[in-house]
Ligand binder design. Structure first.
Ligand SMILES: *Cc1c(COP(=O)(O)O)cnc(C)c1O
Length: 466
């Protein structure tokens, strides 16, 4: 459908302040050309992330009011647990304050130094939590997933040959479990097919290993299976999700994504011993096992969100809106990674700004220019985030792609606002060679993209006079 219909009416609105271009020039300069330092009330359309930025429904806001704040065994927890059990099918449901807390608990209890955890592609926090244990986070993404312009239906699929190689190289004793991230966030929000889920599960189980899902966008993944995989057209999202999870033994989840909530997460496990070990840690770090660092009202809002995210009309609209943004960008000649994923569009800054070398951060230039020309906030996923020095040769290594991610918050922006975003992206492409590269003024030792300060190469304005 050209206009994926919003299956809701807007009941509460939030004022957007219009900021003049002059003010944006100043704000960008003061922020050191770092988009993370722009105050959010000076952003017109904020596509920095789809995490925790969703709009809750009237029923979720109602659930906040009726949340039970009892310390132990609150009604809200029981509803949360039973909702998750019936959908995910796992025995133990362990609440946590967000996804990375669930990861930290699981890996602390089950991953040892020198272990190897395979995944299609580890999300940043998953990788960091695995590495924090002194273990190796191994990406086993299929070849299709590595080709940025290939139009394939399931570019999130894990490559079984790579998994087999990992088992041969490291030995099964060093591999505590196998993971699958659905959809594959770091690979462009691309889905994993049911066929691949089954094959990875069979492979792991044949070796006595468990399969753990990183389930953040499970409903979006189920929608792609329904639309693209033979035999699933007539099936409900709920039944497809249940089938996906039946092939695994547990999951980590950030409720800030497909939980349609602003905070929260959980861990599910079938294994009693693992669950016991995790629960001991949970009490130490997060809270009593029936709230895990969340208020009762948060548990109630998440339980309601997990019902709403399964709605066919919602998902048709949600993923349709992202696809529609892609079509607009195509029409306007803005290059991006194909096909669009479930939650985001990834612009190709290398193709858009070929005159700027990776050492001058083309994707950051695009991101800064997009704010300058439209008050739109995106995020750089390129050399600013991933450039590193090769420990053997001492040479600078740049990532294969220089990307600008437009992550679409759930139920927040209208089609008009996203049309505006596409228009502003086209304006940045049109400015092209008039845009100057950026150089670093100051950077911290790690994770520099959050706090780095930059300026246009040699100082002066970012856009050169025509
Ligand atoms: C967001 C995310 C996480 C981490 O969840 P937080 O709630 O941000 O801690 C883990 N995995 C994937 C795939 C994610 O998108």
């Amino acid at each position: 459908m050209e206009f994926p219909f919003e299956p809701y009416r807007i009941k509460v609105v939030e004022r957007i302040r219009w900021v003049s271009r002059e003010e944006r020039v100043r704000l960008l300069h003061d922020a050191g050309y770092n988009i993370f330092k722009i105050p959010s009330d000076a952003v017109y359309v904020d596509l920095l992330t789809d995490s925790g930025t969703c709009a809750m429904s009237d029923l979720q806001w109602g659930a906040l009011m009726t949340g039970d704040e009892a310390y132990a065994c609150s009604t809200s927890f029981l509803v949360f647990r039973d909702t998750i059990r019936s959908l995910f099918g796992y025995k133990h449901v362990i609440p946590a304050h967000q996804g990375r807390a669930a990861e930290g608990l699981l890996f602390t209890a089950t991953v040892n130094e020198g272990d190897v955890v395979p995944n299609n592609i580890h999300f940043d926090t998953t990788r960091a939590n695995v590495e924090f244990r002194g273990a190796i986070a191994l990406d086993c993404i299929g070849e299709e997933g590595l080709d940025p312009y290939l139009d394939a239906p399931f570019k999130g699929d894990l490559d079984l040959a790579k998994l087999e190689k990992a088992f041969a190289k490291y030995g099964p004793d060093r591999i505590p479990f196998v993971m699958l991230t659905v959809t594959n966030n770091s690979g462009g929000g691309q889905p994993v097919s049911m066929a691949n889920i089954k094959a990875v599960s069979a492979f792991a189980r044949a070796r006595g290993k468990r399969l753990i899902f990183d389930a953040c966008r499970f409903a979006e993944n189920a929608w792609f299976i329904q639309q693209r995989e033979p035999g699933y057209r007539g099936r409900t999202i709920e039944s497809i999700a249940q089938e996906m999870f039946s092939h695994g033994d547990g999951c980590t989840m950030s409720a800030k994504k497909d939980g349609l909530a602003n905070i929260g997460g959980f861990l599910c496990l079938n294994d009693d011993e693992w669950a016991q070990a995790v629960t001991n840690l949970l009490i130490l770090r997060e809270g009593f096992p029936t709230y895990g660092g969340l208020a009762g009202r948060d548990l109630a809002a998440i339980a309601q969100g997990l019902h709403e995210v399964l709605d066919q009309d919602y998902l048709d609209y949600r993923i349709g809106q992202v696809a529609r943004l892609g079509r607009r960008l195509d029409e306007l000649g803005v290059p991006f990674i194909h096909p669009t994923g479930g939650h985001a569009v990834y612009l190709d800054a290398k193709a858009a700004l070929p005159h700027i070398p990776p050492s001058q951060f083309p994707a950051q230039v695009f991101t800064a220019a997009l704010y300058l020309e439209g008050g739109v906030r995106a995020v750089e996923i390129g050399s600013l985030m991933f450039e590193h020095t090769d420990p053997d040769t001492g040479e600078l290594v740049h990532p294969a792609n220089e990307l600008v991610r437009l992550a679409v918050p759930r139920r927040v922006y209208t089609h008009t606002q996203l049309d505006y975003v596409a228009d502003r992206c086209a304006e940045v492409v049109r400015l092209g060679s008039r845009l100057r590269g950026l150089e670093i003024l100051w950077q911290p030792p790690q994770l520099r993209h959050f706090t780095v300060r930059l300026q246009p190469v040699g100082g002066g304005a970012m856009v050169v006079e025509a």
